[in-house]
Ligand binder design. Structure first.
Ligand SMILES: CC(C)(COP(=O)(O)OP(=O)(O)OC[C@H]1O[C@@H](n2cnc3c(N)ncnc32)[C@H](O)[C@@H]1OP(=O)(O)O)[C@@H](O)C(=O)NCCC(=O)NCCS
Length: 322
């Protein structure tokens, strides 16, 4: 904090830092986020920003109200020289019945960096979450972003998990060759083991933001009902070695730029089964769209690459207990 006080006097902070106001700030914030994340936005991120902009432009109340439902409602902006040059959004979500906050879109215009603005926006967001009695604030940051990682570490965040998103296009599917691996559809009798592997790979505190719902993957009637209620289209396979489950996976249709794969495997020792299974899913998936697999970073990385996936990004998930 000493460095900040030296660069920006307290009075100036009051003047520049204020709560985000969706009615007037949406377009400027979308522009700033796009500028600051231009090199790393995926197609979903670009779509999201385009929707925010079109909501901001909409002249009808109905159009704006609909768009606001998907826009960040809380957060803070830094306004200087008549423009918004800094932003931090707060996204509330429920985890085991408690309201937590994800701090997202922390962005400072390149001309205004290294003056303590990013730190003050993040501190203000933490204070907001604390005042709401949230048990924790979370954020995620790209592994290759040391500036932001340093900032969050210095504010007390701890690195809890690293997750890689792997993407495979529908072309270039290498022929699968695996000795002794048999692929079948998922049977009830494999579920107890598969459920445990899925729980470990997609824990609630990391998976809440994704399409992953454990109940959607259950075999039997409970799964059918859950998929019906959640409008989820899922296909599942099991890879067997000598009649025992070596790995399992589910393919799920999404509205995103890529369909999703959820991989269930022990922590190690199933490389061949994982590779063969992923190749099989790519060949058998009912649509010619890309598929994305989010998985703990480093785990089965070689097998996943051998199956034709490329790393899109690795995110560090950070938590601050409040
Ligand atoms: C990350 C970002 C928000 C930092 O904003 P900023 O206003 O420049 O940051 P601050 O001046 O408040 O710096 C706070 C701390 O961040 C770290 N930091 C910021 N820039 C850094 C850099 N280029 N290299 C290393 N550390 C850096 C330092 O730990 C710094 O601590 P200090 O105050 O003791 O020097 C800004 O660089 C940015 O918008 N980057 C692009 C978007 C982005 O990556 N956002 C984070 C997504 S999770």
């Amino acid at each position: 904090m000493a460095a900040i006080s030296e660069t920006i006097a307290p009075a100036a902070r009051q003047e520049h830092l204020r709560p985000f106001d969706i009615r007037r700030d949406l377009r400027e914030v979308a522009d700033l986020v796009e500028l600051c994340f231009a090199e790393t936005l995926d197609p979903d991120g670009r779509d999201y920003l385009a929707r925010l902009r079109s909501t901001a432009r909409s002249s009808s109340w109905v159009g704006r109200a609909r768009g606001w439902a998907n826009a960040p409602m809380s957060g803070f902006v830094w306004q200087e020289d008549g423009q918004i040059v800094g932003n931090a959004s707060l996204i509330p979500y429920l985890l085991q019945g408690q309201r937590c906050y994800l701090i997202a879109n922390v962005a400072v215009h390149p001309d205004y960096r290294l003056r303590g603005i990013g730190r003050m926006l993040t501190e203000k967001s933490i204070e907001f979450a604390r005042n709401k009695h949230a048990p924790a604030a979370w954020l995620h940051v790209r592994e290759d972003n040391p500036a932001a990682r340093n900032l969050y570490l210095s504010l007390g965040f701890q690195e809890k998990a690293m997750r890689t998103t792997w993407v495979a296009n529908p072309d270039h599917i290498p022929p699968g060759k695996a000795s002794g691996i048999q692929i079948t559809t998922l049977k009830n009798r494999y579920w107890t083991v598969m459920k445990e592997w899925l729980r470990r790979s997609y824990p609630d505190e990391l998976a809440w933001h994704s399409w992953f719902r454990l109940n959607n993957l259950r075999p039997g009637w409970l799964g059918v009902i859950s998929r019906f209620l959640n409008n989820a289209y899922v296909i599942q396979w099991a890879a067997l070695r000598q009649g025992r489950l070596a790995a399992g996976a589910a393919w799920q249709s999404t509205w995103s730029y890529a369909n999703a794969i959820w991989l269930a495997a022990p922590e190690r020792g199933a490389d061949e089964a994982v590779q063969f299974l992923l190749q099989h899913i790519r060949r058998s998936s009912p649509t010619r769209r890309a598929v994305a697999l989010e998985y703990p970073a480093g785990r089965y990385a070689e097998a996943i690459q051998e199956a034709g996936f490329r790393e899109q990004q690795t995110l560090v998930w950070m938590k601050l207990k409040l």
